[in-house]
Unconditional design. Sequence first.
Length: 142
Amino acid sequence: MDEIDQAIVASLRDGARQSFREIGERVGLTPPAVKRRVDRLEADGVIRGYTAIVDPAVAGWTTQAVVFLHVEGHMHASRLAEAIRPVSEVQAAHTLAGEAAAILHVRARDTIHLEQTLERLRNMPGVIRTETQVILSTLFER
């Protein structure tokens, strides 16, 4: 990826509904040249897809937490992902090096919903405990 590709990706991250003409004006290329580069970035797997970004608060999901998931022994990452993936409240999950096996970003409607989600996570086979930090506010997201 050269500097122009990076600028195109940055532009798409700012708003994927921009036209190739708009992106071209930002990066100094013609619309066909932008399209060729975007097609190549998609084919190379740099751009994996496009999505709508939903405001969770407007959708009613106003409570957020970071949950450290502790498991018995060693649980393989693929097994952990398989267990967690169906829990729609989990927005992101990452394995960790350290005491906890994973860290989860959880969104819920309110603290009651968060508590119910935590109970579902705690009841999963192999999970021995959770450690939860409620997020008070978001400074920024990228």
